[in-house]
Design a protein around this ligand. Structure first.
Ligand SMILES: Cc1ncc(C[n+]2csc(CCOP(=O)(O)OP(=O)(O)O)c2C)c(N)n1
Length: 279
């Protein structure tokens, strides 16, 4: 990938982060850590790889994304608003009682393909979408983003087994491996490691990448599309709270809210990163 394009995609990732901060700051609630860790994955999907039309969100042959870690709605809503699915201004209503932008992703929001929030269910739904597309000879792709804590749920492995068995090669799952779940580090609570080997055992093609490197993610998505007879999982090594020094790797910023000083640091750090990238 040309340097110009990778800089552009990284920049979209930081604009997603900036928007996540604004959204959660305004609502005074929302999941910061896990939203910040998937910014590059969303930037690559929405600003390079996915076949979508913001003016026509219901396009039949569009690619689908299931954000199975549905509590990270601020990141998906940010990507969708930046892409033009709905006005940026609408993000100010996040978590308002009468807003469609609820704390966990909602299918009624333009561009959202599946509601989620009860962890563990998204891969099954994404597989259903992928099987439907295959059966009807559509050539669209289906993506799912799973949390690494989420994959402690048994249903994930039932879906993984079925996807391998049914050779769902139009399905690509991402595991956001930030190594932190709700209340601690994965290896201390209940280790799902080694993640790649478990998917491989169920017949998946496995790619491991730095989840903050847009070039690696982009190449993995391209490679996944060329693999026949197997679904692909892209295990993304990420940092929870990525981009803000005081949020990174902090269990408390799973859903906890920053102090006024921490907010100040957060906006300053993200803004200087965006300025450095020349946007
Ligand atoms: C079935 C279910 N159990 C519990 C929860 C509460 N919950 C919300 S987020 C979360 C932790 C998820 O960890 P992970 O998948 O690693 O997400 P990330 O760290 O990326 O935010 C939990 C337990 C839930 N949403 N659904």
């Amino acid at each position: 990938m040309e340097a110009r394009k990778s800089n552009e995609l990284s920049c979209w990732a930081y604009k997603i982060r900036r928007t996540v901060l604004e959204t959660i700051y305004t609502a005074k609630s929302g999941h910061i850590g896990g939203s910040m860790s998937i910014a590059e994955i969303l930037a690559v999907l929405y600003f390079d790889r996915m076949k979508i039309e913001p003016q026509n969100p219901e396009l039949k042959e569009r690619d689908r994304l299931v954000l199975s870690k549905g509590h990270c709605s601020p990141a998906l809503y940010a990507a969708l608003a930046l892409k033009g699915f709905f006005p940026m201004e609408h993000l100010k209503t996040f978590r308002d009682i009468d807003s469609d932008l609820s704390g966990h992703v909602e299918i009624h929001v333009p561009g959202v393909d599946m509601s989620a929030g009860s962890l563990g269910q998204g891969l099954s739904v994404a597989l259903g979408m992928a099987m439907f597309a295959k059966t009807n000879h559509y050539d669209n792709r289906v993506f799912a983003i799973l949390g690494d804590g989420e994959i402690q749920e048994g249903q994930v492995w039932e879906a993984a087994m079925a996807a391998g068995f049914y050779k769902a090669d139009n399905l690509t799952a991402f595991v956001d491996n930030n190594n932190i779940q709700l209340d601690g580090y994965l290896d201390e609570v209940m280790s799902p490691y080694p993640i790649g080997e478990k998917f491989r055992a169920f017949g998946w093609n496995v790619i491991e990448v730095d989840g903050h490197d847009v070039v690696q993610i982009d190449s993995a998505v391209e490679l996944a599309a060329s693999i026949k007879g197997k679904p692909t999982v892209i295990v993304c090594k990420t940092v929870k709270g990525k981009g803000v020094s005081v949020f990174e790797n902090q269990v408390k910023f799973h859903g906890g809210q920053p102090t006024a000083l921490e907010w100040e640091i957060a906006f300053a750090e993200i803004d200087s990163k965006i300025a450095e990238m020349g946007a």
